[in-house]
Design a protein around this ligand. Structure first.
Ligand SMILES: Cc1cc2nc3c(=O)[nH]c(=O)nc-3n(C[C@H](O)[C@H](O)[C@H](O)COP(=O)(O)O)c2cc1C
Length: 332
């Protein structure tokens, strides 16, 4: 039994499992490993210092897999924004067929990608944003619940409500994101109206994730309470792993009159990168979600994807169908 959906058909993959864009983590090794496992791996454009570096990373990924993979373009509010148009050109000119956009006001990017025949999956955190992306002409939605690592938005609606609420309103294929890490989650996502799952944190704790083993073990040791919500006060909420840095960020932010400038140095991307590469769990912010509570090992991507799909198939064909059959017998 395989789980085939409109989403797997749209992007041409075997299993309905996507590895979302991840700053510093979404590099060729992980992307290729996920795609080779039958899922959809996604490179993170802005992890590459320049658009030319992104072109080289895409080429490198092609030497590691002949399966479909995508590129994430995250559009964040910034005083000095990265050269988005040049990154977009690098993606298009490299012949990438699948893009995950995330962040606000993606219209210009969506128009350009669609004009070049690129499949666009827009990741967002609210039904109204999903509807507006659908109107913009994206091909699929990735809906990110409050549980997720990264930016869950300001509405605080968890997946159990957000996913079916979005499914009721959206007609293009939609995958569910935030809090997924095992076969039970995949079955739940399908039951709630999604056509696949997107995972971030779970893929960080895999053999191929290009981060230090200490960080992978940190995710394994943590539980579902091991996150902090930061930047709430600045209306740019982020969910990160609980550590001394994110605790300190919240202490400072709670002081009356605190400004973003008061925490800027603590939250720099460079410090987070050091944490991931050197394995010092208190060196900077480590982005991770509540799904840490479901992570108990560090498998290869192939082992993980196969485990999720096999468990999902078993739940659907044995546990769920067994339960309905039993009930049918009881009532006959
Ligand atoms: C380390 C890390 C970095 C991330 N960086 C990005 C990013 O740059 N752009 C983006 O769109 N999402 C980013 N995300 C969010 C993921 O793509 C995904 O939406 C999220 O992790 C899903 O929630 P989960 O962690 O519960 O699976 C990041 C997540 C993690 C764990």
């Amino acid at each position: 039994m395989t789980i085939s959906t409109r989403f797997t058909e749209l992007v041409g993959i075997k299993h309905p499992i996507v590895q979302g864009g991840m700053m510093w983590v979404g590099r060729a090794e992980l992307t290729a490993a996920v795609s080779n496992a039958g899922g959809l791996g996604i490179l993170t454009a802005l992890t590459q210092p320049t658009p030319d570096d992104l072109r080289r990373e895409i080429d490198r990924c092609r030497t590691l897999t002949d399966q479909p993979f995508g590129v994430n373009l995250t559009i964040l509010p910034s005083v000095t924004p990265p050269p988005y148009a040049a990154y977009r050109r690098a993606i298009i000119e490299s012949g990438i067929r699948i893009v995950e956009t995330a962040g606000s006001k993606p219209q210009e990017h969506v128009n350009e990608f669609k004009a070049h025949g690129v499949i666009v999956i827009h990741k967002c955190t609210a039904v109204r944003h999903a509807l507006s992306a659908e109107r913009m002409g994206v091909d699929a939605i990735s809906i990110d619940g409050f549980e997720c690592a990264g930016h869950p938005g300001e509405d605080d609606v968890p997946g159990l409500v957000l996913i079916p609420a979005a499914a009721d309103r959206i007609s293009i294929p939609m995958i569910a994101s935030g809090g997924f890490g095992d076969g039970r989650g995949l079955v739940a996502a399908l039951a709630l109206g999604a056509e696949g799952i997107n995972m971030g944190t779970r893929f960080c704790a895999t053999v191929e994730a290009p981060i230090h083993d200490n960080i992978k073990q940190f995710l394994v040791n943590n539980d579902e309470r091991s996150t902090n919500l930061i930047f709430r006060k600045f209306h740019n909420t982020g969910r990160v792993a609980k550590n001394s840095v994110s605790d300190r960020v919240n202490e400072i932010s709670a002081q009356g009159g605190a400004q973003f400038a008061d925490i800027r140095a603590l939250v720099s991307g460079a410090k987070g990168r050091v944490a991931l590469s050197e394995g010092d769990v208190n060196a900077g912010l480590i982005w991770a979600g509540q799904v840490q509570g479901l992570i108990h090992d560090v498998p290869t991507c192939k082992e993980l994807v196969e485990r999720i799909v096999n468990d999902a198939e078993r739940i659907i064909s044995k546990r769920l169908s067994g339960a309905t059959q039993k009930r049918a017998m009881e009532t006959s």
